[in-house]
Design a protein around this ligand. Structure first.
Ligand code: B12
Ligand code: SF4
Length: 491
């Protein structure tokens, strides 16, 4: 072998658009090391007819001249197997590299068990990092990457290329005579040494961004790794624990690196919009944001970002506004302070959330919130506290999810949740209500997913009607449609 041919697989959901930063960084690094990289991305493989549901939330983005549905309209429907075989035949990889979150794990393992695999397979990403033994125990997987992959993957490919010993490579997991071996971890890498992520590996449609009636070009970009938070439903505590001794867990690159990289992405891909994927931009120091803002302002980007409400200050908001931030997402998660503090370990008060959101709104930054239902100890009344908090803040878009007890999180361990079904497959995120962690029935929790935004956006007088729409029968579905229409046309 001269150089190694690496085929990344991104087992993403259909049309869940956005460039995967992990794969894009690894691809740039592998190409720099002289390898050939290709991608099998499930995002645009049209396996089913697209159903575009216009939800109340989409209204804030205002219609644009074309939609994502238009972009895929001409795509021929195919199966994932056919797409895989075509790619394998045309590229003929030496190694298949799969990046997985927990939700992707069982489907992609079953997929690989079904198809013919012509070469070695390595898995990396959040799931192999938090559940290394489980991942490596699968017959179809030869290697895993635990934690950061930049240096490990280059060293592994070099060893494979030259027939050298790979058994001492840090962050690597492998099998020896059927035994699972997971090597120790290396120090965290210097984020300032990372190359510009290889967005060119991905389908251009990942850069499609409708916002406020216009279409922008761009995707996710991340300046930091880790998070100082301890939230009980999040894998961060477990990632921190696992990587103890690797260096400072919450780490970030310099503003100069960010400015240089965003400039390069603008030149190459005509980028006008970035979603900063860092857990909270407010965690960066004032001086950092000053430098960032100074360097980014002349580039005229618009940005979306995430914000932890208790970290907000007026000065930091002024700076992000100056830099081009036009939208921010904030995790409310629960409107009940006790649940938020004692169950979720999110110590911020309602007052802090209200002040943070009002301040953002004052600076004309559009706010979307993240909320959860189905929380341990949660009652129907508590859900209405979350709804009312969103309502009083005039939130333009609220996202709501059912809490999923991801492996190795505090909640998973406290309630000893088994996330596997009878076939040892991970229960999908779409069936999270089945974990039954709250005081409500799973059907009631699912009902809130379908109606949460209607409760937020329609007057309280209509709530008894929305309650009828919480059910999953046909009449309720028609009623939801009528209520959605009401929101879109009149509110
Ligand atoms: C941006 C982001 C998103 C974006 C984009 C996702 C994406 N494709 O990158 C969007 C908004 C789409 C998203 C959605 C979701 N996300 Co998300 N997301 C993130 C976030 C904030 C940053 C990811 C990132 O860019 N990291 C930086 C890159 C460089 O790191 P990385 O991907 O881990 O890659 C490194 C290593 O893992 C390794 N590596 C990764 N892959 C591979 C492969 C190989 C072969 C090798 C060798 C190495 C390797 O090397 C890389 C470089 O060091 C993370 C939290 C976080 N801070 O990581 C959550 C996170 C990944 N998301 C999470 C979740 C739960 C979701 C959702 C399920 C939420 C929901 N309820 O809908 C959805 C799933 C959507 C989907 N399509 O599947 C969880 C995953 C938990 C878990 N156990 O799986 C995380 C960890 C958040 C959290 N703290 O709990 N997410
Ligand atoms: S603030 Fe967000 S990323 Fe940080 S621990 Fe909490 S949920 Fe996880």
């Amino acid at each position: 072998m001269n150089t190694i041919k690496v085929l990344f697989i991104y087992p993403n959901e259909y049309l869940s658009i956005g460039i995967h930063s992990g794969i894009a960084i690894l691809s740039a690094i592998l190409k720099e090391a002289g390898h050939t990289v290709n991608l099998l991305d499930f995002t645009f493989i049209k396996t089913e007819e697209l159903v575009v549901e216009e939800t109340a939330g989409t209204s804030v983005f205002l219609p644009t001249e074309y939609t994502l549905a238009d972009l895929v309209a001409e795509d021929p429907a195919t199966t994932l197997e056919e797409a895989y075989i075509r790619k394998i035949n045309s590229f003929n990889p030496d190694i298949i590299a799969v990046s997985v979150m927990t939700g992707h794990f069982s489907p992609i393992v079953s997929f690989l068990e079904k198809v013919h695999i012509p070469c070695k397979v390595i898995f990396g990403g959040v799931h192999p990092t938090i559940c290394p033994e489980e991942t490596l125990s699968k017959d179809v997987i030869d290697f895993i990457c635990v934690g950061e992959g930049e240096e490990m993957f280059v060293e592994l490919l070099e060893a494979l290329e030259n027939g050298k010993d790979y058994t001492t490579i840090k962050n690597l997991g492998y099998k020896e005579n059927g035994k699972l071996i997971i090597n120790s971890l290396r120090p965290f890498i210097d984020l300032n040494k990372l190359p510009v992520p290889d967005w060119g590996l991905f389908d251009k449609r990942h850069l499609f961004r409708p916002f406020m009636g216009k279409i922008y070009t761009g995707s996710f970009y991340i300046m930091s790794r880790g998070c100082p938070g301890q939230c009980t439903y999040c894998v961060n505590s477990s990632l921190r624990e696992k990587q103890k001794g690797c260096g400072r867990y919450f780490r970030y690159q310099s503003p100069e690196t960010t400015i240089k990289q965003l400039k390069a992405l603008k030149e190459k891909f005509n980028v006008t919009w970035f979603k900063l994927a860092d857990d909270s931009i407010m965690l960066f120091k004032v001086k950092y944001l000053e430098d960032l803002s100074k360097g980014l302002k002349p580039l005229n980007f618009i940005f979306g970002c995430s914000i932890r409400p208790e970290t907000v200050t007026k000065r930091k908001i002024e700076l992000i506004k100056e830099m081009g931030v036009v939208a921010a997402s904030i995790g409310i998660e629960s409107g009940n302070e006790r649940i938020r503090k004692e169950v979720l370990w999110r110590p911020m008060t309602n007052k802090q959330i209200i002040n943070a959101i009002k301040l953002l709104q004052k600076y004309n930054i559009r706010v979307s919130t993240f909320n959860m239902v189905g929380l341990p100890e949660e009652t129907r009344e508590n859900v209405f506290e979350t709804i009312k908090l969103n309502k009083m803040l005039n939130i333009e878009t609220c996202n709501v999810y059912i809490l999923y007890p991801y492996p190795k999180t505090h909640i998973n361990e406290k309630f000893n949740v088994n996330i596997y079904d009878e076939n040892r497959e991970i229960i999908p995120v779409s069936r999270a209500s089945k974990f039954n962690l709250s005081t409500m029935e799973p059907s009631e929790v699912e009902g809130f997913i379908m109606t949460f935004e209607l409760y937020v956006r329609l007057p309280e007088k209509l709530w008894p009607i929305i309650k009828i729409a919480e059910k999953s029968d046909e009449t309720s579905s028609e009623l939801r449609e009528a209520l959605q229409y009401l929101v879109l046309e009149y509110i």
